[in-house]
Ligand binder design. Sequence first.
Ligand code: HEC
Length: 163
Amino acid sequence: MDWKVLFFGLVALVFNSCKEENSNPQVDENRIANMEKKLESTYKPGLGELMSFIQLHHAKLWYAGINNNWKLTEFELTEINEALEDIKSYNADRPEIKEIGIIEPALQNVSKAIMQKNSKQFEESFTELTVSCNTCHVATDHGYIVIKTPDSPPFSNQDFRVK
Ligand code: HEC
């Protein structure tokens, strides 16, 4: 047999079997079920994990602010805002999310204080922020999780002063 005939015969055979496989509804269903299984086991941060992350940046925000390290305060505030966005997308199934707006006015006031590099306004809005964390904890039956202004830096290996 001519090799060309053999070659094109093989190509046609492979092509047809692929076509058949693609149009087989059972195969499609299995593929979809497999993908769904993979999606279910994909890592998704929990609400408690994201809250712990926010707790850390809440503390760092304080030490950045009292050191007038405005660039760092901006960074820490962004971390908090990003975590809140993650909560909205990853934990949309949690009923507590309805209360998340409680924190918005305080976050905006902290942001204003940072933009104006105003220490007094920063401290006041930070207190307002902490109160709003606790207001939401109470509103969502987690009143036993009490946040306060930190009295020691969260880490000894980070310098919060302006370089
Ligand atoms: C939606 C309203 C809401 C807001 C606003 C909120 N929290 Fe929470 N927080 C929760 C809920 C609900 C939980 C319980 C999460 C869980 O089930 O694991 C929680 C848990 C926590 C925990 C415990 C995490 C752990 O596993 O130990 C900390 C710490 C925390 N929040 C800090 C904060 C801080 C700091 C702020 C403000 C900057 C804040 N939260 C704002 C609702 C809120």
